[in-house]
Design a protein around this ligand. Structure first.
Ligand code: SAH
Ligand code: SF4
Length: 460
């Protein structure tokens, strides 16, 4: 979602003449887009800001101004503290207000002009803060997404009402909101018209999507939305992330069986394999519910593979609770997973719970779990040897003459292919498997292509 938000900020700023650069070492504006989900991510902000302060000072000595903005969920959660600790920051904005960036930049520029000579030693910023949750969603004010490739993120849902006891999202992203079906389809059609072949529908809790329908008054769930996106000419691959197990309804599960464009890969965080811990986390499902859901998904789509998220060391997690997590991870055989040590987040119920798990125990558990998850992933990658997959070639490969893309299961696949294949979905025979990627070779004719679009892209 942060990648999506950063891209949207670029779209908002393009008409003002701003463009993204690779290195922020001598630039007119820096926007640090932050994540508050774990403490480590939030901590990075202040060390980054120290670096940008030095750049701002050096540029000021050369008579150049620099705007420093902090965006995202750390900004949303700790706005005033950022300006107190780093007074040289000009703008603090939350994830729901970045459509207002042009106005904030104009105000920051005016304040900078007023301040410049006499304040140069202190190097203060304009201190503009906009961390509201506006009544009108930002989507009503954002420009069209600029399609920059063949695969695009599309945000359809934001915020969350689930209040898992470890999680800051409901506080930083606000309550659940779904964009209307009309909006989503119009945007997806526009992306397809600009050459996008793969869409990933995004939301903090994307399968809780319940958008206003194009006609009638019955809200549309994610399963139905996917079916409608699949009807758009040119959209050949659909993914969605991130889902909560309790929101996997029948229509969404069956979409995995009947929508050919829906990739057979689902990120479904389980967090823990212990019922006691799931309940303390307020996840509202048991491990058996998860197992049953896995069975229903596999019945709908036998090729489906799951990835997941795990938290180890949630308050009061015992050795037995952790072993139950290991058992579940072994049993389901997730082909990829993210795992984290529990990080208490201010303002969440978890942060006030007693029975904290000591850090050494968390580290030991995390390393055991990660060994298991890594070996599951390596085992799946090995099992792909000799298989033939479709791959959307949307980037350069590691080596000269290579192109790369993702398999249906999100594995990076590298292969020797000439530029004419760029942007095409090709059939690839897997010849080598590594811990995190695959290599292969073209297997017959492209699985699908729209040569006109590909040619336009290559010449562009
Ligand atoms: N909506 C998704 C998760 C979004 S947050 C869901 O309900 O599953 C992304 C991941 O960050 C979570 O799945 C969780 O594993 C991790 N995470 C969130 N808060 C955390 C915390 N306080 N400590 C450690 N990991 C956390
Ligand atoms: Fe956070 Fe996901 Fe729980 Fe919502 S459902 S509170 S986003 S972990």
């Amino acid at each position: 979602m942060n990648i999506y938000d950063s891209d949207r900020m670029k779209d908002v700023l393009a008409p003002l003449g701003y463009g993204a650069v690779d290195e922020a070492d001598d630039v007119d504006m820096v926007i640090v887009n932050t994540c508050h989900i774990r403490e480590k991510a939030a901590e990075k902000l202040f060390s980054e800001l120290g670096r940008y302060r030095q750049m701002k000072e050096a540029r000021r000595e050369n008579g150049q101004s620099t705007i420093i903005a902090v965006a995202g969920c750390v900004a949303q959660a700790t706005g005033a503290e950022i300006i107190n600790r780093a007074p040289f920051v000009d703008i603090v904005l939350g994830p729901q207000t970045y459509h207002r960036l042009p106005e904030m930049i104009a105000r920051a520029t005016r304040a900078g002009e007023r301040n410049s000579p006499e304040c140069s030693r202190e190097n203060p910023g304009a201190g503009i803060m906009d961390i509201e949750f506006p009544e009108e969603p930002k989507f009503d004010h954002l420009p069209n997404i600029t399609a920059k490739g063949f695969s695009a993120f599309q945000s359809v849902q934001e915020g969350c009402d689930k209040f898992c006891t470890f999680c800051v999202v409901p506080y930083t992203r606000g309550s659940e909101f779904s964009r209307s079906v009309r909006d989503v389809l119009a945007e997806a059609e526009n992306l397809a018209a600009h050459g996008v072949r793969e869409i990933t529908l995004l939301g903090q809790n994307v399968n809780a999507y319940h958008g206003a329908p194009v006609t009638g008054d019955q809200e549309v769930g994610l399963g139905r939305l996917i079916r409608q996106v699949a009807e758009i000419d040119g959209i050949e691959r659909i993914r969605y992330t991130t889902s909560h197990p309790v929101d996997m309804d029948e229509e969404l599960i069956s979409a995995h069986g009947d929508v050919a464009q829906l990739m057979p890969f689902l990120h479904l965080p389980v967090q823990s394999g212990s019922d006691r811990i799931l309940s303390a986390m307020n996840r509202n499902h048991s491990t058996d519910d998860f197992r049953r859901l896995h069975d229903r998904l596999m019945t709908a789509q036998p090729k489906l593979k799951l990835s997941s998220d795990f938290i180890v060391g949630f308050p009061s997690e015992s050795d037995a609770d952790f072993e139950a997590t290991m058992d579940l991870a072994r049993e389901i055989g997730f082909i990829q997973a993210y795992s984290f040590k529990y990080s208490p987040r201010p303002g969440t119920p978890g942060a006030t719970m007693s029975n904290c798990v000591p850090d050494e125990i968390m580290s030991e558990r995390l390393s055991r779990l990660q060994d298991l998850l890594t070996s599951n992933q390596a085992g799946f990658n090995q099992s792909c040897l000799g298989e033939s997959f479709t791959v959307l070639l949307d980037r350069k490969g590691r080596k000269e003459g290579q192109l790369a893309g993702r398999s249906p299961f999100m594995q990076p696949v590298h292969l020797q292919a000439s530029a004419e294949y760029f942007g095409r979905i090709v059939q690839v025979r897997i010849t080598d498997a590594f811990a995190n990627s695959l290599t292969g070779s073209l297997d017959g004719e492209p699985a699908s292509h729209d040569s006109q679009v590909s040619e336009q892209r290559i010449s562009a």
